[in-house]
Design a protein around this ligand. Structure first.
Ligand SMILES: [Zn+2]
Length: 135
């Protein structure tokens, strides 16, 4: 395939040691809007790009693709080293993880709603307009 599978960067994930303390910083000091939170992390909105903070993870950049499996096959055929295979995550996305030539971690991800099938542009759209509404 010519061109790139990559459509945009929907979020960046950084590693934190203390989630509560970090939430305080990003919410109260930086003034970001928190759109999701769970025991080991939280997601903030930065003008449409999500900033995920999480403990126990390697920092990574998420790349939105239309089809995770197709992108995975294509990149694998080009010799890209994958850290994890394509899989559906319990929070509703499908993703796979690879490392670049310097060991930086990238997640290819798609936000397809499993109920109605729509390909969302962001996790926020999937979460607020699908996962919460279909419930
Ligand atoms: Zn839906």
């Amino acid at each position: 395939m010519s061109g790139s599978h990559i459509k945009r960067i929907p979020y960046i994930r950084i590693a934190v040691k203390d989630v509560k303390r970090a939430v305080g910083f990003f919410q109260d000091v930086l003034g970001l809007e928190r759109i999701s939170e769970w025991p080991t992390g939280a997601i903030f909105d930065v003008a449409g790009t999500a900033l995920a903070i999480e403990s126990g993870v390697k920092p990574n950049v998420c790349l939105l693709v239309h089809d995770v499996d197709e992108t995975y096959q294509d990149l694998k055929a080009k010799g890209v080293e994958f850290v994890s295979e394509p899989k559906d995550q319990p929070w509703g996305v499908r993703d796979a993880t690879f490392a670049d030539s310097d060991g930086n971690i990238f997640v290819i991800e798609s936000f397809h709603c499993k109920v109605c099938g729509k390909a969302c542009e962001s996790y926020r759209e999937l979460l607020e307009e699908h996962l919460r509404k279909h419930r």
